[in-house]
Design a protein around this ligand. Structure first.
Ligand SMILES: Cc1cc2nc3c(=O)[nH]c(=O)nc-3n(C[C@H](O)[C@H](O)[C@H](O)COP(=O)(O)O)c2cc1C
Length: 350
């Protein structure tokens, strides 16, 4: 309970249970971030490597949220999160944006402990009120990061999650309790945990709270939001998919098809299975797979082709529960309402 209050203090406009839209690179722009924050969640802008474009997105969010900012204890703070993929990113350029826009949350992911430490310290110097959230996917990473970086929040990403994550990930069902116990043993239990991976509705959110999380992050569910910037063909593939463990897979091929894979070997990614994945699994060489993909992309001008065959459509195992387009605000409120209902129901059944 105390940790829930910590997050409410950090993010005073939010309502519980805390719903966070994932900083989905390429898909989560200011439009989604603003809609989620306005609905009482934490909206986030996904990672961008173009600083001018990112600054533009932050500026739009600031403009759209000015009235809300004026009601907050710190009216300079932009009530959204900003996602950074740490490895390979230019730290100084990002620090200028943190200082200029002072987002409520800096979401850091995918970096070594020493890189994450440098970013955490840099953010705390550039924008002291910004809270540092670090996403990771293993007990060891959680402990290292908690000891070395002392983040304000640890986002525990389970193996069901869409997109990049820890290659040898466990589900949040075991990962959160084990991380919580280990933090407790190391007197680090004041760091709140937020759950990510496979949570798409109030049942998942209720379960995450029962596991000890102080809030939940959803990516796959927000792919259905009208404000998310993805092609309709991607959304249609999400709505058509069912049986998430069968139709998605974790693999490094989803990055390798585009050229040399710069992702550290600790990480792979979960996507809707496609032809490239099947070929890779069957031992076809990567050059042949790339040639097939690039010629399909070339042909799409003249021949209707399945979106799933033309790209990496990131999706989590919860994809089968995502069935229709909705406004982001409706998603936030629906999941919050359902969570209360399912928690009440669980209490009654005891
Ligand atoms: C399209 C897409 C892009 C993503 N991009 C990022 C990213 O840039 N940085 C990051 O930390 N996580 C990213 N994620 C992962 C999310 O932060 C989160 O861990 C995940 O979506 C949670 O699992 P769920 O999809 O089952 O809800 C992305 C997810 C999706 C669906």
């Amino acid at each position: 309970m105390a940790r829930l209050n910590v997050l409410k203090n950090h993010l005073p406009w939010t309502r519980t249970p805390l719903i966070v839209s994932a900083p989905m690179s390429g898909a989560a722009t200011s439009k989604l971030a603003v809609a989620v924050t306005r609905a009482g969640g934490l909206g986030q802008i996904g990672f961008m490597d173009d600083m001018a474009a990112l600054s533009n997105e932050l500026n739009t969010a600031k403009h759209e949220l000015q009235d809300l900012m004026n009601t907050l204890p710190n009216p300079q703070q932009l009530p959204i999160g900003m996602g950074v993929i740490v490895f390979g990113s230019p730290i100084e350029a990002f620090m200028q944006l943190f200082a200029a826009y002072q987002p409520a949350v800096a979401w850091l992911s995918f970096g070594s402990t020493s890189e994450l430490r440098a970013w955490t310290e840099g953010i705390r110097r550039s924008s002291p009120e910004t809270k540092v959230w670090i996403q990771l996917g293993s007990l060891q990473a959680a402990l290292d990061v908690a000891l070395v970086c002392r983040p304000d929040v640890l986002v525990v990403q389970g193996g069901d999650a869409a997109a990049h994550g820890h290659q040898n990930g466990a589900s949040v069902l075991s990962l959160i309790p084990e991380i919580a116990d280990t933090l407790q043993e190391n007197e680090l239990h004041d760091i709140p945990l937020v759950a990510a991976g496979g949570i798409v509705d109030g049942r998942g959110c209720a379960a995450a709270l029962a596991l000890g999380a102080s809030g939940v992050v959803m990516g796959t569910r927000f792919l259905a939001a009208t404000e998310t910037q993805i092609p309709q063909s991607y959304r249609d593939a999400i709505f058509k998919a069912s049986d998430g463990g069968e139709v998605t897979a974790r693999s490094r091929v989803f990055d390798e098809i585009w050229g040399p894979n710069f992702w550290p070997t600790t990480y792979d990614g979960r996507c809707l299975k496609n032809k490239a994945y099947e070929q890779y699994r069957d031992g076809v060489g990567i050059d042949k797979i790339r040639n097939g993909l690039f010629s399909a992309i070339h042909r799409q001008d003249t021949e209707p082709l399945d979106a799933q065959e033309l790209g990496s459509l990131w999706a989590g195992t919860g994809v089968g529960l995502v069935k229709s387009m909705e406004n982001a605000a409706d998603i936030v409120r629906e999941v919050q309402g359902q969570t209360r209902k399912y928690l009440d129901r669980a209490m009654l059944s005891l």
